[in-house]
Design a protein around this ligand. Structure first.
Ligand code: HEM
Length: 123
């Protein structure tokens, strides 16, 4: 098996996660946007503006912080992995590939940890 074929195998095995996270996002992101809609919101808000005020937001974190944490990790992975794919197609070469992997996973860890910190502080 040539170097190219091995690379393709590696790319497609992580690519399956792009589809899995897309499907999860349909659910958690719909839920997150429904939080803002009077009549549908689990926060029982009377208007969109109400839904971004501190009391409902605190209630959101304390009653279903895990959904927001899931949204955080899944959306972050999906966005960064999409960017990773584009960057890897843009240029070839070992140095570039290492740079892209370190950049993407570094950003994932930093933003993920920062976001989870918010979830933990608010729950
Ligand atoms: C109309 C659009 C949006 C509004 C008004 C909005 C508003 C908010 C508010 C008020 C919170 C605090 C928690 C809560 O009340 O649920 C929050 C948290 C969050 N939102 Fe959004 N959001 C919007 C769109 C999005 C989109 C499109 C994404 C991702 C694709 C997203 C990802 C997140 C994440 C990950 C958190 C939790 C962050 C953390 O605690 O670390 N939001 N959003």
């Amino acid at each position: 098996m040539g170097e190219g074929e091995r690379d393709m195998g590696r790319a497609s095995s992580i690519q399956i996660w792009q589809y899995i996270t897309a499907i999860i996002l349909i659910f958690v992101l719909s839920f997150h946007l429904i939080e803002r809609v009077p009549g549908l919101s689990p926060l029982g808000v009377k208007s969109y503006e109400d839904s971004v005020k501190i009391e409902p937001v605190k209630k959101a974190y304390s009653s279903y912080g895990w959904i927001l944490a899931t949204l955080l990790i899944v959306a972050l992975f999906h966005g960064l992995n999409g960017l990773r794919g584009m960057l890897l197609e843009l240029r070839q070469g070992r140095g570039w590939r290492i740079f892209v992997e370190v950049l993407i996973w570094g950003l994932f860890i930093i933003f993920g940890a920062w976001g989870l910190r918010t979830v933990l502080l608010m729950t």
